[in-house]
Design a protein around this ligand. Structure first.
Ligand SMILES: C[S@@+](CC[C@H](N)C(=O)[O-])C[C@H]1O[C@@H](n2cnc3c(N)ncnc32)[C@H](O)[C@@H]1O
Length: 249
C-alpha cells in the first residue's frame, strides 16, 4: 500500500468550488476567464508516463486522487490519468507522484466538457466516474460533467469490453446516470450495489430496487481502492451506490 505522508505532502486548504464558468466548455464562454484550465491539443505521453505509452485508465474528476494513486502503486502495468478542474488537488497529486517516483500515473488540470480529443480512439479499458459533483438545483444541471455528449466521447475512447465504474451518494444523480447510459446500446449494466442503509430518499427514486439486485445482475468484484469521497461517505454513514457497466463496441 502506498503510504502518503501528510507531513511530507500537506494538503493546501481549498474552497470546494471553483468559479462557475470552469464547468462550461470554453467555446460557450465569451472570453477566456482567469484561471480557466488550458485546452489540450496534443500530448507527448512520455512527459506523463515512464513507458511513454498513452493512458488506459481515466479517472474523471479525480479530486485529491487517493484512489488512483493507490491503484497506480498496486498496478504498475496500467497507465492511469486523472483529470480534474481544481488546480490545488492537481498540484498536490503532482507533488506526490514526483516525490514517490510513481512511473505510471499522471494528472492534468482540465475541464471535461471541452472533450478529450487529445486521447486516442479505442485506447481506454476503464473509466472511473466517482462521486461527480451533483449540482442538485435544476438551474445548475448544466454544470454537470456527466452528459450524453461526454459519454459519446467515452464511447469513442473505449476499447471493446471496457469497464465504466460509477459511484454516487445522490439518488437523483444515480438515476440520471443510469438513464443516460441506458440510451447507449453499447453500455450494459452488470452491477448495482447499494452500500449503507436503504432509506426513503433512495426508494423514492428507485421504487423497483429489486431489478438491480444480485438476482438479476452479476456482482462485479470491485477491486478498486476507496476514493476520498467514498471514505467520507463511509465515515459519515451516507449511503451510496456503485454501478458497473461494460462497453461492447
Ligand atoms: C465530489 S468530488 C469527487 C472526487 C473523487 N472522484 C472522489 O471520489 O473522491 C468531484 C470532483 O469532480 C471535479 N469536477 C467537477 N466538474 C469537473 C469538470 N468539469 N472537469 C473536471 N473535473 C471536474 C471536482 O472538482 C471534484 O474534485
Amino acid at each position: 500500500m502506498l503510504n502518503i505522508d501528510s507531513k511530507k505532502y500537506p494538503k493546501p486548504r481549498s474552497r470546494h468550488h471553483n468559479a462557475s464558468n470552469v464547468y462550461f466548455p470554453l467555446h460557450a464562454l465569451g472570453a477566456i476567464p482567469k484561471f480557466y484550465p488550458p485546452l489540450i491539443e496534443t500530448i507527448d505521453w512520455s512527459d506523463h508516463f515512464n513507458n511513454g505509452n498513452p493512458p488506459n485508465i481515466l479517472d474523471l474528476g479525480c479530486g485529491w486522487g487517493t484512489c488512483m494513486l493507490q491503484l497506480a502503486y498496486n498496478h504498475t502495468e496500467e497507465n492511469i490519468l486523472g483529470l480534474e478542474v481544481r488546480k490545488l488537488p492537481v498540484d498536490w497529486i503532482k507533488e506526490v507522484v514526483k516525490g514517490e517516483s510513481l512511473p505510471n500515473i499522471s494528472v492534468i488540470w482540465y475541464s471535461l466538457p471541452n472533450g478529450l480529443s487529445f486521447l486516442q480512439d479505442n485506447s481506454i479499458s476503464s473509466f472511473f466516474s466517482f462521486f461527480p459533483d451533483p449540482w442538485i438545483k435544476k438551474k445548475h444541471h448544466k454544470r454537470r460533467a456527466f452528459t450524453k455528449e461526454f459519454i459519446q466521447e467515452c464511447l469513442r475512447l473505449s476499447k471493446d469490453n471496457a469497464q465504466f465504474w460509477q459511484m454516487t451518494d445522490v439518488p437523483m444523480v444515480a438515476k440520471h446516470h443510469i438513464d443516460i447510459l441506458s440510451d447507449f446500446q453499447e453500455f450494459t449494466i452488470d452491477s448495482f450495489e447499494f452500500v449503507g442503509e436503504w432509506n426513503s430518499e433512495w426508494s423514492e427514486v428507485f421504487p423497483d430496487y429489486l431489478p438491480y439486485s444480485k438476482d438479476i445482475y452479476q456482482q462485479i468484484p470491485w477491486n478498486i481502492p476507496k476514493t476520498d469521497q467514498e471514505e467520507f461517505s463511509t465515515k459519515k454513514g451516507i449511503p451510496y451506490v456503485k454501478t458497473h457497466f461494460t462497453i461492447h463496441k
